[in-house]
Write a protein that binds this ligand. Structure first.
Ligand code: PEP
Ligand code: MN
Length: 345
């Protein structure tokens, strides 16, 4: 940790910071520059970094505090042993990380048996192994379709089992976790719950793969620290990060696609990062372009909304691809993959 003192910080302020650090059992070294002093702290325990940073930032004469190593531990590149996330059920096993980009697709919400069977049939015909479909939906309006709940989970599981697929679905609250865990192979924590810390801990305790979506107003640091909340409850450390767009002033897209954060996040963590172009863009005409960019940008996968009848979808029809559009996109991604040494499945 490096503490930047204000240019005119008094000797007493610097002394106070040093005493505080030494009082916590760490070593402090003052470097007196021409304009300002910096205090370098050595040997801080990982678990203590954020709280110490908060305390020191509040001291008189302190201008800024920077952590030299990551504020999280298990999510960091240095964490020994962890290098991939694997979702599995029976003899189906899908590994995130490496040259293959994992395609997860399906409707926004589970609506009917026919819809899920058709969707699962399409995915399986294309060789895709993970289906999505929300049974508990976080809707902006209380008057909108809220999802079928457990009935939806049952329909999705039935379709997934019939076609040999894994199933990813969102949890909205702790009370539903047990039931969702019965049906899902990957549990999704959505953007709106990214900082619901009690939910993150509870989902971590189940020790199943979790897909965490970036909050629409969250910084990369906050995103990774939220992942750490889950990881530190798990013994197998299985978290997939999902970029689904952030809020900006832009109006042409539902959110602003934060593809620029992909290489930045990948430099900081070993966790796989997938792109959800559907919620990012909010419109189906740019999904193909965005998935291509993500594949070339080394994303570990995608989550894409596809619906047998997008124009009749109860949720997010505008951004959902038709089966034909989806199959076409999937073919184009495979072609692009060939030229850059990647596969998509
Ligand atoms: C979803 O994937 O169904 C969803 C609601 O996404 P987000 O949390 O990114 O809005
Ligand atoms: Mn949706």
């Amino acid at each position: 940790m490096i503490i930047f003192m204000e240019p005119k910080a008094a000797k007493e302020a610097i002394g106070n910071v040093v005493r505080l650090i030494e009082g916590e059992g760490y070593r402090a070294e003052i470097v007196q520059g021409e304009m300002q002093a910096t205090v370098h702290v050595i040997g801080i325990k990982d678990a203590h970094k954020t709280s110490l940073e908060t305390t020191i930032s509040a001291q008189l004469g302190v201008n800024d505090v920077k952590l030299v190593s990551e504020p999280f531990k298990i999510a960091s590149k240095e964490f020994p042993g962890a290098d991939k996330v694997v979702a599995e059920r029976g003899n189906i096993s899908v590994s995130f990380n490496g040259k293959n980009a994992v395609m997860m697709a399906g409707p926004c919400a589970v609506e009917s048996e026919d819809q899920m069977m058709r969707s699962a049939g399409l995915l399986s015909a294309l060789g895709i192994r993970i289906m999505r479909g929300g049974a508990y939906k976080p809707r902006s309006s209380p008057y909108d379709f809220q999802g079928l709940g457990e009935e939806g989970l049952k329909l999705a599981r039935k379709a997934a089992d019939k076609f040999g697929l894994l199933y990813v679905t969102e949890v909205l609250e702790k009370a539903d976790l047990e039931i969702i865990a019965k049906y899902a192979d990957i549990i999704q924590v959505g953007a709106r719950n990214m900082q619901n810390f009690k939910l993150l801990e509870a989902v971590g305790q189940l020790d199943v793969p979790v897909m965490l979506k970036r909050g629409m107003n969250a910084t990369i640091d906050e995103f990774l620290l939220s992942a750490e909340y889950i990881l530190c409850q798990q013994t197998k450390h299985q978290v997939i990060l999902c970029l689904r767009g952030i809020r900006t002033f832009e109006k042409d897209t539902r959110n602003t696609v934060d593809l620029g954060s992909l290489p930045v996040i990948k430099r900081r963590t070993w966790l796989p990062v997938v792109i959800d172009p559907s919620h990012a863009a909010g419109r189906r005409d740019v999904i193909l372009d965005l998935t291509k960019m993500a594949l070339a940008g080394d994303a570990n996968g995608f989550m894409v909304e596809v619906h047998p009848y997008p124009e009749k979808a109860l949720c997010d029809g505008k951004q959902s691809l038709s089966f034909r559009e989806f199959a076409d996109m999937y073919g184009q991604l495979a072609d692009l993959g060939k030229s850059i040494g990647r596969t998509v499945q």
